[in-house]
Design a protein around this ligand. Structure first.
Ligand SMILES: Cc1cc2nc3c(=O)[nH]c(=O)nc-3n(C[C@H](O)[C@H](O)[C@H](O)COP(=O)(O)OP(=O)(O)OC[C@H]3O[C@@H](n4cnc5c(N)ncnc54)[C@H](O)[C@@H]3O)c2cc1C
Length: 398
């Protein structure tokens, strides 16, 4: 693809992006900066609004309506990106031979290169009983709209899952005045990312500061509707919990269906190499739908790095630019008790080391140091949380 202005620009086959989430738009912006002329079409099954998804778990306390979360609507984004944005358009198939995608109304669109940015969907776990009536999940702006309606009249919410989103929603809802119980199979919150001592402290602090009731090492076996909006939950340790609704935050599953049906290689996500190229050299993927060089991680920072690499490769017309993630910080959005972490395995997973923990009352700094005493990762909580930039600088400069 070229950034020289062509004679008959409108006749050229576009770069097509499927998805208008942060991956689709962050990439589109990076690529458009380098290539102002090649036609661009973004196809999305939602309304194409540009919004910050991480806000969904903190917007209620800030009294933000769904409309107030919209940074720019699809028409504004189309203008900014000199793009055609097809909203409410569900892509149902990719025809790699013909270089086309197909919509559910049967229409097709040709692509020169195709970028999959089609995200992930909430994981559904098998629970017996009145699941449909009791449960809800929030993974996009439309869900957030429904969620606000769903909450009305409720007092006690169970949150299923104690990862990043589950913990943030627990904090948000408890601060908004709801009684919150978290039900999780994990031993402590954020167990995929932080060591037990940090997770246990986070759990204690959010219990004492916000009143969150943690039911750890258990799962939800069944839901029985007692009457409208009143549910009895049966947990795997045989205990019961009476709640008004269940917010599921048990994780995500990458949207790989289109890629699979088109015969692309997939695993946890659409498999792409360090140049973001899939098993078809004309199809690329990034964001929550992509497994990049064996890594499937659903965070914003990787999307920025992937976007820069992919934009360079598409503009240059080769696959030479390679992705190298630097150390990245993730901040838990729990204002009452802040926590930031940098996962050692995101940067140098082969390094052996150990966690060294400093704690003063409810505040903790956990440093992961390798055998040469180099800092490789960390967790900082409470008053230590503001040290995250200093620690990140130490990692990146060593
Ligand atoms: C509540 C919450 C809080 C979060 N907080 C943080 C945080 O603090 N920090 C952080 O780093 N990350 C956070 N994340 C994760 C982060 O928001 C995501 O990793 C990121 O937004 C994913 O962007 P995406 O574009 O890949 O996917 P999505 O936003 O899911 O976008 C996918 C797009 O693809 C479209 N699409 C899908 N299938 C089709 C189809 N067949 N046809 C047409 N269009 C299709 C959808 O309509 C959508 O536009 C949070 C996530 C949630 C849910």
């Amino acid at each position: 693809m070229s950034n020289n202005k062509p004679e008959n620009m409108s006749e050229r086959t576009p770069l097509v992006i499927i998805g208008s989430g942060l991956a689709g738009y962050i990439f589109a912006k990076a690529w458009r900066r380098a290539d102002p002329y090649t036609p661009l079409t973004i196809v999305t099954k939602d309304d194409g609004a540009f919004y910050s998804k991480p806000m969904l778990s903190v917007a209620m306390l800030q009294n933000k309506t769904p409309d107030e979360l919209v940074i720019a609507d699809a028409a504004t984004m189309a203008d900014e990106l000199s793009a055609t944005i097809l909203t409410q358009t569900n892509v149902t198939a990719i025809n790699r031979k013909q270089h086309t995608i197909q919509y559910d109304n049967g229409q097709t669109l040709s692509y020169k290169k195709l970028v999959l940015a089609c995200g992930a969907k909430p994981y559904q776990i098998e629970i017996a009983g009145d699941t449909q009536q009791a449960m809800c999940s929030v993974n996009n702006l439309g869900d957030y709209r429904q969620f606000r309606i769903w909450l009305s009249g409720k007092k006690h919410i169970a949150i299923l899952g104690s990862g990043l989103a589950g913990t943030e929603f627990a904090h948000e809802l408890s601060k908004a005045g709801f009684q919150v119980s978290v039900v999780s199979l994990d031993p402590h919150p954020l167990s995929r990312f932080i060591p037990a001592k940090s997770g246990q402290l986070l759990q204690q602090q959010l219990h004492s500061l916000c009143g969150i009731d943690w039911r750890m090492n258990v799962t939800l076996k069944g839901i029985e509707a007692q009457k409208a909006g009143d549910f009895q939950l049966l947990l795997s340790d045989q205990s019961n919990l009476r709640v008004d609704g269940v917010l599921s935050a048990v994780g995500l599953r990458a949207n790989t269906r289109l890629a699979e049906q088109a015969g692309l290689k997939t695993n946890k996500g659409v498999i792409v190499d360090k140049g973001l190229m899939s098993s078809d050299p004309d199809i690329y993927a990034l964001g929550d739908c992509a497994e990049v060089d064996g890594d499937w991680c659903c965070f914003i920072a990787p999307i920025h790095y992937c976007s820069e690499v992919l934009a360079k490769n598409l503009v240059a017309g080769n696959n030479l630019e390679r992705l190298h993630y630097p150390a990245m910080v993730i901040m838990l959005k729990t204002a009452t008790y802040p926590l930031s972490f940098c996962i050692p395995s995101l940067s140098q997973e082969q390094e052996e080391g150990e966690w060294q923990i400093t704690q003063q009352s409810g505040n903790q700094r956990a440093e992961y140091r390798d055998i040469n005493h180099k800092l490789r990762g960390f967790v900082v909580t409470g008053t230590y949380a503001k040290e995250h930039m200093t620690l990140l600088n130490e990692i990146t400069s060593s």
